[in-house]
Design a protein around this ligand. Structure first.
Ligand SMILES: [Fe+2]
Length: 465
């Protein structure tokens, strides 16, 4: 490829305009035969160009890598949300901005849900998630869209893209923000048991309206971070940013026992920061320890007057939050564990909410310009110390790494790490399979696609039964 063409294509954000089935993919190296199942990934892939639409609100596209007996196949499909179907019929974009209908859109449709953030499997259902809407059920083989899933009418409103599945009970714990309508301080909280039955659903008020992307769950507690990317209807109505960075509001984290109620929430205070993603959290005597990827200033969102935040400060680093539950203080501690820029932290999910000794995240190459360029992987121990570090060739980018255990009873961390890699020079993607405890050796196998998978958000592995 010509160098000029490479130079022009500096990122892998643009959508791909097709759906495909690729049954016999070329494999470099040897795909472990124990890997039997499907890696599902989700991310924005707008069906139509829309002026001013934030990358966050592009239509969700699923990418499924099916692995079996050392062979691999691939399928991708858009998620047919009501918005996708209406725009498909109209042959054009009907929504822009942050999911707001365009002024000249003629359809009688208010639901701008895009289902583009995560894809999880719980209680026999594959669910595409996006935090402003209910889960969308997907048929696991064909990737056909079955529509919104509201748990027999027991769950309503927004539903986080980052629910947690308790590895002991199989319970799914979730929350929603903007639970009383757009840009309101109300949160919802609920749980679904391992059989898919709703066991709890309630609402409460947070200290202020904010964007709450993820939360924290341990064996006995649930924690709600209210961090100052604030939401304001007043700003939105006057044409200013609906979400903005307001550090003066401070950081709050509400701690609730899982058996308690919202009126028992204890609010802890901390230094202003933003966190999109939590790696893991656990209880340690009277303390709760939570490892997160903390930004000193919010990325991607401006100050209330529209000025951008400081790029030097709007990068995430592995950080430990500690909460003292003995009643001595209402402050929580925030301690960076590494200086490396990283995002998309994952663990061996069999340790979710429990003490874990292995974690992984995607990282930037410190020698390259940073933003949008997650181009390596880090393996850390239970205190954030690096056990391994792998960097891709300059220019390539990597997705969130997903851990797959070698077998049901394998030791924590014994298995593989699956990540989709964009090869900048060839402008196509590989599914890279690493030995999870030896990422430094590089991929043990590459499943090669002829096309690229745009940089997306989250994915999960669903093992064959
Ligand atoms: Fe996320």
């Amino acid at each position: 490829m010509h160098q000029a063409a490479v130079a022009e294509r500096r990122n892998n954000i643009a959508p791909i305009p097709f759906e495909a089935d690729a049954p016999f993919l070329k494999i470099v190296g040897e795909l472990p035969r124990e890997l039997n199942g499907t890696l599902y990934r989700n991310g924005p892939n707008p069906q139509f160009d829309s002026p001013g639409a934030h990358w966050f609100v592009g239509d969700g596209m699923l990418h499924a890598f099916h692995l079996k007996n050392g062979r691999a196949s691939y399928r991708n499909r858009w998620i047919r949300t009501p918005k996708w179907l209406a725009e498909h019929d109209a042959g054009r974009a009907l929504f822009g901005g942050f999911g707001r209908k365009l002024p000249d859109a003629s359809v009688n449709l208010t639901d701008g849900g895009v289902a583009n953030t995560n894809i999880i499997f719980h209680a026999g259902k594959l669910l595409a998630l996006e935090e402003a809407h209910l889960p969308t059920e997907i048929e696991p083989g064909s990737l056909a869209t079955r529509g919104y899933h509201n748990y027999h009418g027991r769950v309503a409103g927004s539903f986080t893209a980052h629910p947690k599945i308790d590895p002991v009970t199989g319970e799914l714990v979730f929350f929603g923000y903007n639970a009383a309508g757009p840009l309101t301080p109300a949160l919802s909280y609920g749980s679904i048991d391992a059989s898919g039955k709703t066991t709890r659903f309630e609402r409460f008020e947070a200290p202020y309206a904010s964007m709450v992307h993820d939360f924290i769950v341990t064996a006995n507690h649930v924690l709600f971070p209210i961090l100052p990317i604030t939401g304001s209807m007043e700003r939105a109505m006057s044409g200013r940013p609906p979400y903005a960075w307001e550090p003066d509001k401070g950081a709050y984290v509400g701690v609730m026992t899982r058996s308690g109620t919202a009126k028992d929430i204890v609010w802890f205070r901390g230094e202003a920061c933003y966190v999109f993603h939590v790696m893991n959290a656990w209880e340690d005597g009277d303390r709760i320890v939570a490892d997160v990827m903390q930004f000193e200033e919010a990325p991607l969102f401006p100050h209330p007057d529209g000025r951008p935040t400081d790029p030097e400060k709007s990068r995430a680093r592995h950080c430990r939050w500690t909460f003292d539950l003995s009643g001595n203080t209402d402050r929580f501690q925030q301690t960076y564990l590494d200086d490396l820029t990283g995002e998309f932290p994952r663990i061996d999910d069999r340790h979710a909410g429990l003490k874990s000794r292995h974690g992984w995240y995607a990282c930037a190459n410190p020698k390259l310009p940073m933003f949008g360029a997650l181009s390596g992987l880090v393996h850390v121990d239970g205190n954030g110390r690096r056990l391994g570090h792998y960097l891709l060739p300059a220019g390539d980018t990597i997705s969130e790494p997903v851990f797959v255990e070698r077998s049901k009873d394998a030791a924590e961390g014994d298995g593989w790490l699956l990540a989709v890699v964009w090869r900048a020079r060839e402008n196509r993607s590989d599914l890279a399979v690493f030995n999870a405890t030896d990422i430094e050796a590089g991929p043990a196998a590459l499943v090669q696609l002829g096309h690229r998978v745009p940089d997306g958000f989250h994915g999960n592995w669903v093992g064959a039964v």
